[in-house]
Design a protein around this ligand. Structure first.
Ligand code: F6P
Length: 331
């Protein structure tokens, strides 16, 4: 029987399980045996000198229809995930190709961010067709408007900030909240708008702390008594920003770093549906004999690109209009 592999790699994201389920069931429906590869690319290699927790056989698991039951609503990934630094070395890429041949894999679906896509590209070049599915809460992959987990992470952050608002309001404070996004401010921008923050500070747009403080003071004169500032992880120093705001405005300020809570939890409708569509389309591509591709979303539709396009150094254009709207209506 023809076989395809599926793995999740890089930071986990809610909806990865929905994608694994879709890949598994789409694969089975097209007559494939589906092999789950555990802990990203680590599941295909054996790193010398590193004590291996598992035998090579334990690093994979055949996935049947029922093995992926009851996971569409769960966060995390049943296949576990990891960032595999060794996979940058040719030696390990060749080892992974040999392992794929041993397993009889005619293709592999790689669910992850751009680091994972680099691995997928290298394995494709080595002769194992791979199709990438964008899975990262950061939504920082060029060529797709959406990545699996992004919607859930934003909703989680929004709910957390709503809770922080209660206490900020009770104490007439300013709450400075750092949200995830090492290299991208998409979560900060959208959550900032969704919670009515005074400012969303991201690396994409310049900011002046004095302007932020002035805006807070103007709103205070207008009767506003509590304030929320969202800072993206890439900007860093939420604590320093809170201290500076307190110094400039005299308003007691507190910093909160939401951190990994944003990576967990049950995926939203949007993440479940999109993960299912992307998973199905990825298998369709492999079935058509196409590798070295990524599936992506454009205008709400699933499209696909050469993996090199997804890895291009071009940065996704920041939504300046949304940023401007958010600035104007927060007063
Ligand atoms: O998955 C993306 C991301 O959550 C970034 O927003 C964050 O900077 C990073 O992963 C944290 O990664 P780690 O798993 O290494 O803590």
């Amino acid at each position: 029987m023809r076989k395809i592999g599926v793995l999740t790699s890089g930071g986990d994201a809610p909806g990865m399980n929905a994608a694994v389920r879709a890949v598994t069931r789409a694969g089975i429906s097209k007559g494939y045996e589906v092999i789950g590869i555990k802990r990203g690319f680590n599941g295909l290699i054996n790193v010398e000198g590193k004590e291996s927790r598992e035998t090579m056989d334990a690093k994979i698991k055949e996935l049947g229809v029922r093995d992926v039951s009851n996971i569409i609503h769960t966060g995390g990934t049943i296949l576990y995930t990891a960032r595999c630094l060794e996979f940058k070395e040719q030696h390990y890429i060749s080892q992974a190709k040999i392992r794929c041949d041993e397993l009889g894999l005619v293709g592999v679906v790689v669910i992850g961010g751009d680091g994972s896509f680099r691995g997928a590209r290298d394995l494709s070049l080595e002769g194992v067709p791979c199709v990438g599915i964008p899975g990262t809460i950061d939504n920082d992959i060029y060529c797709t408007e959406y990545t699996i987990g992004y919607d859930t992470a934003m909703n989680t952050a929004m709910q957390m900030v709503d809770k922080l608002r209660d206490t900020a309001q009770s104490h007439d404070r300013c709450s400075v909240v750092e949200v995830m996004g090492r290299r991208a401010g998409w979560i900060a921008l959208n959550v900032g708008l969704a919670v009515g923050a005074m400012a969303a500070i991201t690396t994409e747009m310049p900011y002046d702390i004095n302007e932020v403080a002035d805006k807070i003071m103007k709103s205070k004169e207008n009767g506003k008594q509590h304030f929320i500032i969202i800072v993206s992880e890439g900007v860093g120093d939420a604590d320093g920003i809170a201290k500076k705001i307190e110094e400039l405005t005299g308003i007691e300020s507190r910093a909160t770093i939401l951190g990994h809570v944003q990576r967990g939890g049950s995926p939203t409708v949007r993440d479940r549906v999109n993960a299912s569509k992307l998973g199905y389309n990825a298998v369709e591509l492999l079935d058509e004999g196409k590798g070295n591709r990524v599936v992506a979303m454009k205008g709400g539709k699933v499209v696909d690109f050469d993996i090199l396009e997804a890895l291009s150094k071009k940065r996704k254009q920041f939504d300046k209009r949304l940023y401007d709207i958010s600035r104007v209506i927060s007063m």
